[in-house]
Design a binder for this molecule. Structure first.
Ligand SMILES: [Zn+2]
Length: 125
């Protein structure tokens, strides 16, 4: 899903919003403070929201590719998406990232709803 560039990340899902084309540089990550474009590279290697998932995924990859941890981020991405020996580990990591992303998103929506209810109740009292 990540390799094909069709993962539900903002780089893909925010292509069009409110009938307007959104340039790639505006399709930012809403899940950390980085203000970086939310693409596969960001989600797999950079986003602080997925640090724990990334840490255990990297540890597992290192048992198969011992020099993995010393690679540059760009080289790590190539190894993760191109080496069949780690495909299963990376697939599980991607799945965990997308599950966590959904959880955060729904939590944000619930928080917004609670805030609206709070403001409404406050304005009525
Ligand atoms: Zn992020």
């Amino acid at each position: 899903m990540f390799r094909a560039g069709v993962a539900p990340l903002n780089i893909e899902t925010l292509r069009y919003a409110n009938n307007r084309y959104i340039p790639a540089e505006e399709r930012l990550c809403n899940f950390c403070e980085s203000a970086e474009i939310e693409d596969e590279f960001h989600a797999l290697l950079k986003c602080t929201a997925y640090e724990e998932i990334r840490h255990s995924m990297f540890q597992e990859i290192s048992t198969i590719l011992p020099s993995f941890i010393d690679l540059l981020d760009e080289q790590k991405l190539v190894a993760m998406l191109g080496n069949p020996k780690v495909t299963k580990i990376v697939a599980r990591g991607c799945s965990n990232i997308l599950i966590k992303r959904n959880d955060i998103m729904y939590f944000k929506i619930i928080e917004d709803v609670i805030n609206v209810i709070d403001e409404t109740v406050f304005s009525l009292s």
